[in-house]
Design a protein around this ligand. Structure first.
Ligand SMILES: Nc1ncnc2c1ncn2[C@@H]1O[C@H](COP(=O)(O)OP(=O)(O)OP(=O)(O)O)[C@@H](O)[C@H]1O
Length: 315
């Protein structure tokens, strides 16, 4: 039995359209499933636990949505020990990218139904669990500015949601000020006087494919950290195109770290996001929870994730 968790609003309405396509395929293939439509992140965990308690043997809980929707159900899936599968329907879909899950609906459904499982790490902190990355500073401010903007609604209305983030980057670049940050990684503390951003990653990308920590692996028991500091606005702007290929990591104003426990303390209040969702403006302390979540991924992605094993029903 599969539980489909659907956020119709994700991807500006793509969740609803994607579910309609999935439903047709499931009926055609005679697959047994239940559905849970969630209206907001608040209460999603409880609703998922309630739905999962009704049966013993779940093959997987399949999220039809984006990274934010996945974020809202991580605690429930970990608690109920049910594998996560994903049909990407968000705007970023970095969880899917990180596990080699295709963005095309039919192929993603195949992976959900016939894929293998890996025991993926999670980031755990005071604000709960995160699967992709916790980002603080400039990137999180871009997200906050875009979400509060009029241009986001305008761009979504004309079907150009990604354009809003380009506006957001330019808007934030003009107003954001770097400041001192202290980053402690497994007990070793470093201070950066003019830091733009600190990203703590479990998967390589966020923001719709920005390879901020290209070496991050979901199942290595470690968190990868990227600190951008000591550069001008102009240098930061020029850094962006290089992040699509992960080539920024060798730049002199980029420091990469790796560890199990990471804390980040900016000298001034700075926004933070986990899986793209707001975590407020306080200091961060996150640790890696190795192998905390089973995730289904396609057979074809086995080379990238060698720890794959057959998925077993859970209860
Ligand atoms: N379980 C949920 N059900 C309904 N709405 C949710 C749920 N979890 C989060 N949300 C809200 O829906 C918004 C959009 O969902 P989601 O983040 O999945 O899609 P997206 O933002 O389009 O894609 P992505 O996160 O991949 O960039 C979230 O920002 C959040 O406000």
């Amino acid at each position: 039995m599969y539980l489909f968790i659907i956020n119709p609003r994700s991807g500006g309405g793509s969740g609803q359209r994607t579910w309609q396509a999935v439903e047709t395929l499931l009926k055609r293939r005679n697959i047994a499933y239940e559905t849970l439509f969630t209206k907001s992140a608040a209460g999603a965990e409880e609703a998922v636990c309630g739905a999962l308690s009704r049966h013993e043997a779940w093959e997987a809980a399949v999220v039809v949505g984006g990274d934010g929707t996945i974020h809202s159900v991580l605690g429930a899936l970990q608690r109920m020990n049910v594998p996560l599968a994903v049909i990407p329907a968000g705007s970023g879909n970095d969880t899917a990218r990180g596990f080699g899950i295709p963005l095309a609906t039919g192929a993603a459904l195949d992976a959900a139904l016939t894929g293998r499982c890996t025991a993926a790490d999670l980031l755990s902190g005071a604000d709960g669990l995160t699967l992709t990355a916790v980002a603080s500073g400039f990137d999180a401010q871009v997200a906050a500015n875009v979400n509060a903007s009029r241009y986001k609604r305008l761009c979504n209305a004309i079907g150009a949601g990604q354009l809003a983030y380009l506006f957001g980057i330019v808007h934030t670049l003009m107003t954001f000020k770097p400041c001192r940050v202290s980053v402690a990684c497994d007990g070793r503390e470093d201070v950066y006087e003019t830091a733009w951003l600190v990203s703590v990653c479990n998967l390589p990308s966020y923001g719709g494919g920005l390879l901020i920590c290209p070496q991050a692996k979901a199942d290595d028991g470690l968190l990868d950290v990227c600190v951008v500091h000591g550069c001008s606005r102009w240098q930061l702007l020029r850094l962006f195109p290089t992040v699509f290929k992960g080539r920024h990591v060798t730049l002199p104003f980029v420091t990469m770290l790796r560890g199990r426990c990471v804390s980040v303390r900016f000298a001034e209040a700075r926004h933070a996001i986990g899986d793209g969702e707001s975590l407020g403006t306080g200091p961060l302390a996150v640790r890696c929870e190795p192998g905390a979540l089973k995730v289904r991924f396609p057979q074809a992605a086995l080379l990238a994730l060698p720890a794959g094993s057959p998925c077993h029903a859970s209860g």
